[in-house]
Design a protein. Structure first.
Length: 379
């Protein structure tokens, strides 16, 4: 039987024998209490977490027979104890604080702080079992900046335990703000408090990826207009930049669908299990976003080919124009060369109208050539 654990008061089962707090006071940025089912979220002073949580210990019961209706959702498998009371959710300063807490809850010869750090700072998502009822979830995050059309990536980490969640975010994806909105909104995630927090985190991360896809789609549409713009702005660099950003977005997104299904593992405790249908919808959404990103990438490749074809056509047009003007200029040169020979028996040399005749012949020949090239589309 595992007692609910406060992130700053109790020492979790399987953790260090030290009875000190799981997290130092100065590393907790904000804290909330999250109720089960459709209960709301209430922000609390991090400095009063210990007092508020101590009063909850006596009211918590792990007997499944006494659980209220609606507390058990599809994600609960009913094969283990689940806390009825609210959960404490603490946001800490950085990922290192989550790793420190994870190292404390690791059972026996579990992963060391160095091993956790090595895995957590890897760019791929993963879910790691730390103890009998603790999980470490680390996943990339992504967001799109309109100003420079860049995809930025960060990381989100969550330490999940009985009635306790510790989270941290590296980057500007605003996962925590989205989580709070989803938890407070009507029809938000349901289940045990920890399940609600995990579901809100997964939905926030995937929702951020969806916004990235929409931003990239708008950028691709703008680039398409540039490709066919008559001003002939060179879009090659812009196309390659977007292809690179799409690749970065896919690299951050795909591990989510590959690793998050581990939350459905039968060995995962009840209080951490995520609703299967919700997670399947999330995976389907991720796959849909990836297909859209792949379509954007293909469209950019097509635009690049079209642009190169346009360049080739414009080069051919320029060569035709150059050739046409060269022919027009060659004709008067030939006429002037003939009359510049100064042969004795050339009749026009002593003719009063010889000079105007030569100039007229040059002009007439140039005009005829211009009309011919114009008719065939070379000018």
């Amino acid at each position: 039987m595992t007692k609910p654990t406060d992130p700053r008061v109790d020492s979790p089962r399987g953790g260090s024998s030290d009875d000190g707090p799981l997290l130092p006071d100065d590393r907790v940025l904000a804290a909330w209490t999250v109720g089960p089912g459709a209960a709301g979220v209430r922000e609390v002073d991090p400095g009063t977490l210990g007092d508020a949580h101590a009063g909850d210990h006596a009211s918590r019961d792990h007997d499944d027979s006494d659980r209220e209706d609606g507390d058990r959702e599809d994600g609960d498998r009913g094969d283990g104890p689940v806390a009825r009371g609210p959960a404490t959710w603490a946001r800490v300063a950085d990922l290192d604080a989550v790793l420190d807490a994870a190292a404390r809850v690791s059972a026996g010869p579990g992963p060391t702080r160095h091993e956790l750090s090595r895995h957590a700072h890897h760019p791929l998502a993963h879910v790691r079992r730390l103890a009998a009822d603790w999980l470490l979830l680390v996943t990339p995050t992504a967001w799109f900046t309109e100003a420079d059309r860049q995809v930025r990536t960060g990381q989100f980490a969550a330490l999940l335990g009985p009635a306790t969640v510790v989270t941290a975010e590296d980057g500007d994806a605003d996962v925590h703000a989205t989580m709070l909105d989803k938890l407070a909104a009507p029809g938000g995630p349901r289940g045990t408090p920890v399940q609600r927090i995990v579901s809100a985190a997964v939905l926030a991360i995937v929702g951020g990826a969806s916004q990235v896809e929409l931003g990239l789609g708008d950028a691709v549409a703008d680039t398409e207009r540039v490709v066919f713009d008559e001003q002939r702005e060179d879009p090659v660099e812009r196309i390659y930049d977007l292809k690179r950003e799409i690749t970065e977005a896919r690299r951050a997104l795909m591990p989510v669908s590959a690793e998050l299904p581990e939350l459905l593992d039968p060995d995962v405790p009840d209080h951490l299990a995520v609703d299967r249908r919700m997670l399947e919808r999330v995976v389907t959404t991720v796959e849909r976003i990836d297909r859209h990103l792949d379509a954007h990438d293909d469209l950019l490749s097509d635009m690049l080919q079209v642009h190169m074809s346009q360049v080739s056509v414009r080069q051919n047009e320029d060569m035709r124009k150059i050739s046409a003007w060269a022919a027009i200029l060659v004709y008067p040169t030939i006429v002037a060369g003939v009359y510049g020979m100064n042969f004795r028996n050339m009749p026009e040399l002593h003719w009063a109208f010889g000079y105007p005749f030569a100039l007229g012949l040059m002009a007439a020949g140039c005009l005829v050539l211009y009309r011919v090239f114009k008719r065939v589309g070379w000018l």
